[in-house]
Design a protein. Structure first.
Lengths: 112, 115
């Protein structure tokens, strides 16, 4: 019940295209859903996050869509750029940010 | 505003030895979490410290232990090292208020190799 399942494992997108990464969770006690971006040799960096009382949040080219009834959320990267090539992790936490659980990650490659 | 710093960046240990990894939290943060990230995998939650007390633990054996100090810096100790402990160990700090989620600020990690 603590798992966060992420798909796909890897994704190749043309420059300018839309990258979509999906996540599903089971524990309805989760109340915070962040996405992290990780480049090789670095720790993950917080990209964007959403709370379950909103269905969508947009920050620049990055959008989270959240479906509370389906217990799913997704990251959309519009106008994908080669610099977006990285590994993306969805995550979920409960009770004020404690014990964040991460998905297995999606390796995104944006072709120039 | 300083970020999260971890030391050392790389470490090689022999099976059966003990290791201590260190982390300095971001200024103003009161919570530190430790994660183990195997190659090609997502970070796995080890434990979290809030106001110097352990506040949640993942599926890791007792030989993984930690401390959080009054200045919110932290240590991760691993005893009786096993080959499978080879991984990137990530420290993350956050400001937990108890009223809503908070994003993590991660350090760049310590790459531990057990031989």
């Amino acid at each position: 019940q603590q798992q966060v399942k992420q798909s796909p494992q890897s994704l190749i997108v043309q420059k300018g295209g839309i990258s979509i990464i999906n996540c599903a969770y089971e524990n309805t006690a989760f109340d915070y859903f962040p996405w992290y971006q990780q480049f090789p040799g670095k720790g993950p960096a917080l990209l964007i996050a959403i709370r379950p009382d909103v269905s969508e949040k947009k920050e620049g080219r990055f959008t989270i869509s959240f479906n509370k009834s389906a217990k799913q959320f997704s990251l959309h990267i519009m106008d994908s750029q080669p610099g977006d090539s990285a590994t993306y992790f969805c995550a979920a936490s409960r009770g004020g940010g404690f014990k964040t659980i991460f998905g297995a990650g999606t390796r995104l490659f944006v072709k120039a | 505003e300083t970020g999260v710093t971890q030391s050392p960046t790389h470490l090689i240990k022999t099976r059966g030895q003990q290791v201590t990894l260190r982390c300095s939290s971001q200024s103003g943060h009161n919570t530190v979490s430790w994660y183990q990230q195997a190659l090609g995998q997502g970070p796995q939650f080890i434990f979290q410290y809030y106001r110097e007390e352990e506040n949640g633990r993942g599926n890791f054996p007792p030989r993984f232990s930690g401390l959080q100090f009054p200045n919110y810096s932290s240590e991760l100790n691993v005893n009786a090292l096993e080959l499978d402990d080879s991984a990137l160990y990530l420290c993350a700090s956050s400001l937990a208020t108890g009223t809503g989620g908070a994003g993590y600020t991660f350090g760049s990690g310590t790459r531990l190799t057990v031989v």
